[in-house]
Design a protein around this ligand. Structure first.
Ligand code: HEC
Length: 383
């Protein structure tokens, strides 16, 4: 199994090796993903979209993002791209976990005025798009190494010993007080504490979302201003990516596999044999039993996803909403030539009449939803 997955990169191989060294069920070590705290469905512990603010300047980050960024090199050591030679303290070149914001201050850097969507299509011709792309690449690295990272952090070997202390940035990160969650401390706990480790674990289990930019320069004085909304594109990083073609197979690997299968598929520890796997061989799944019961977007072969688009097509096209389920009896997931009437699109546009918007706790950009609509309005073929 090792190394068979093609792909030019050595990373999936090393991750598999790390997994083999550890207990069985490596991927499951990451556990449940809680994206968002919700009064109607309170969860125990952290949510990946919990935001903290750096005490000195009000810079916002997700809690897991802040812990990893401030302990894994903070832009200049170890896992930071700017670190070279001795400053890497033995970390291999290219293994970068820098998840700092791509842009914070339009007055300092006019390129920050560029809209996020302008980087879609993979452009790297501007400084801003290039920074977004770097952030996305580093997030991919974090996701590739997630199991290994959490094991190292738990065993106390990462960040390592004295060097680890030296590369840390100990500036406090402040939480907003939330009367519904009185158990939370005012300051973000350290990565050495069990609470800090749980924050990083949950953040990794949710695939390491990152705040990519701020609308206005962060200020120490307004450090407790919340982002308007975590669904707001300016706050949540959705990543520059090539738009898929309006065909089911392209939509499948461009949206469904990357954003939906994590909840709409069973947990899967295999390294994918499909050379076109967009996640470097990782097969997502297992994050939500309720999601899987409502809709299964996977195919029969659990070690090769090549045929999953063709096989999962009938799970959505002309498929009635699952019964029992929040949408039971309320309609059809995808109705050919009727995108507006399709429950799947309604949920992706947060205009649904049943259950939650999709992806649950997050969002996909308008331009991606438009591609799905185009495919449906061209007949929703299994193409
Ligand atoms: C974090 C978990 C999660 C993610 C990610 C997620 N879903 Fe869901 N999904 C659920 C849950 C839970 C339900 C059942 C409750 C409901 O209908 O709201 C569901 C239900 C659905 C349904 C209704 C199925 C039925 O038969 O009733 C559709 C359609 C759907 N999701 C589409 C998507 C799409 C498309 C994506 C990706 C863009 C996505 N989901 C991502 C958790 C998730």
């Amino acid at each position: 199994m090792l190394g068979v997955g093609s792909g030019p990169s050595f990373l999936p191989f090393l991750v598999s090796a790390l997994c083999l060294l550890s207990l069985p069920g490596c991927k499951r070590d990451l556990g449940e993903c809680n994206l968002k705290w919700d009064r109607e469905r309170p969860i125990q512990g952290p949510a990946a979209f919990d935001i903290v603010y750096r005490a000195t300047d009000g810079l916002p980050m997700y809690e897991g993002q802040a812990l990893v960024q401030s302990t894994c090199g903070d832009g200049s050591f170890c896992h930071a791209p700017a670190a070279v030679g001795a400053d890497r303290i033995g970390v291999p070149a290219g293994l970068n976990f820098d998840v700092d914001l791509a842009c914070t201050d339009v007055t300092d850097d006019p390129s920050c005025a560029q809209p996020l969507e302008s980087c879609e299509g993979g452009q790297t011709d501007t400084l801003y798009c290039e920074r977004l792309r770097n952030l996305q690449n580093n997030r991919n690295q974090v996701n590739n190494w997630a199991e290994g990272m959490i094991q190292e952090i738990r065993s106390g070997t990462m960040p390592p010993g004295e060097a680890g202390q030296r590369v840390r940035n100990n500036t406090p990160w402040i939480r907003t007080t939330d009367p519904d969650r009185p158990e939370r401390s005012a300051e973000l706990p350290s990565i050495d504490s069990s609470e800090g480790q749980e924050i990083v674990r949950n953040w990794l289990a949710c695939q390491a979302p990152a705040i990519a930019r701020t609308e206005t320069p962060p200020l120490a004085t307004d450090e407790l201003e919340l982002c308007q909304s975590v669904d707001n594109e300016i706050c949540v990083y959705s990543g520059p990516s090539d738009l898929p073609d309006p065909t089911w197979s392209d939509i499948y690997f461009g949206i469904m596999f990357t954003d939906c299968v994590i909840c709409h598929g069973p947990s899967n520890d295999n390294t994918d044999q499909n050379p076109n796997n967009p996640l470097d061989g990782i097969i997502p799944g297992g994050a939500s039993d309720a999601g899987l019961t409502a809709l299964n977007l996977t195919g029969a072969d659990t070690a090769d996803t090549t045929n999953w688009p063709a096989e999962s097509w009938s799970a959505v096209v002309n498929a009635l909403a699952a019964d029992p389920g929040d949408c039971a009896g309320q309609g059809t997931l995808v109705i050919p030539n009727d995108s507006a009437g399709s429950i799947m699109v309604q949920k992706m546009r947060a205009m649904q009449t049943c259950g939650d918007s999709m992806p649950l706790g997050s969002f996909v950009s308008d331009s991606l939803v438009q591609v799905v609509e185009e495919w449906i309005n061209q007949g929703a073929l299994n193409n």
